[in-house]
Design a protein around this ligand. Structure first.
Ligand SMILES: Nc1ncnc2c1ncn2[C@@H]1O[C@H](COP(=O)(O)OP(=O)(O)OP(=O)(O)O)[C@@H](O)[C@H]1O
Length: 253
């Protein structure tokens, strides 16, 4: 169970008019209890989805309020929370650090499997489970984008987290790989919280959270929540001024 109690995230941001840095609120206050197996988080660019996702495993800490996972506080019990909550980024290259897939998965297992031979065997078994057995020893640079995302997922899942948080895991993938990764996420035994712009995938979740302007503006079953999101997107033109953090869009100087 993931619990957010009046959680807020603030950050210091430069004042675009040249004044002193100022505190901006990126998210919250947000209070949620997430127990469903598949939770989708949708919202416009810059609405606060990634900030919400990162709160769940302690990559971002609340400036106020609390975030707990199975009773563990992300501030007080950060390491335990990170062991419990796996995180997958949009871009697998942000996550893959070793030269070959087998070494990358083995790196994830370094704490739980001390013996190097056993660790390699376990890593190979994990790669086989996710369809990457024949790519185990190639350079990670020789993998396709879809295979790299699958490797990033495999390396996180190797540690058997109780919860998997994914921040737009299929945004960079073609349709075939998106379908494959979506099916894999749907088949996992763990709780999956996925930020997504893919409304078809969100429609298959048990619950959909809609974030707008750093707040949860809808939290419901997919039908009503996505209807609210579509209405919100239809109603609001893309912003042309500064974003909530006070930054002007690229090229607008
Ligand atoms: N460290 C930071 N300092 C200042 N502003 C930040 C910081 N991190 C994020 N922001 C701003 O906070 C807002 C929310 O960012 P966030 O990345 O959570 O949005 P998002 O909904 O995930 O967007 P996208 O769909 O584009 O990835 C944005 O306006 C972003 O520019």
């Amino acid at each position: 169970m993931i619990e957010l109690d009046a959680a807020e995230v603030t950050a210091w941001s430069p004042d675009p008019t040249g004044g002193p840095d100022r505190v901006v609120r990126l998210l919250g206050p947000v209070s949620l209890r997430l127990a469903e197996r598949h939770v989708a988080v949708v919202g416009a660019n810059g609405s606060g989805k990634s900030t919400l996702a990162r709160l769940l495993n302690g990559l971002v800490l609340p400036s106020a309020g609390r975030v707990r996972v199975d009773g563990l506080d992300t501030v007080a019990d950060g390491a335990a929370v990170r062991r419990r909550v796996g995180f997958v980024f949009t871009d697998p290259d942000a996550q893959i650090v070793m030269p070959t897939p087998v070494e990358d998965v083995a790196l994830s297992l370094r704490r739980t499997v001390p013996d190097p031979r056993e660790r390699e065997a376990r890593a190979l078994a994990v790669l086989a489970r996710y369809g990457l057995a024949d790519r185990a020893h190639v350079s990670v640079h020789a993998l396709s984008g879809g295979q790299r995302q699958l490797l990033a997922l495999a390396a996180v899942l190797a540690t058997e987290p109780a919860v998997l948080v994914c921040d737009e895991p299929t945004t960079l993938l073609d349709l075939r790989w998106r379908t494959h990764v979506d099916a894999l996420l749907a088949s996992l035994p763990q709780q999956v919280v996925a930020v997504t712009h893919d409304l078809e995938a969100a429609a298959r979740a048990d619950r959909v959270i809609v974030v707008d302007g750093g707040l949860v503006v809808a939290d419901d079953e997919p039908g009503p929540a996505l209807a609210r999101y579509r209405a919100l997107m239809g109603a609001a033109p893309p912003p042309h001024g500064v974003d909530r953090a006070g930054r002007a869009p690229a090229g607008s100087a």
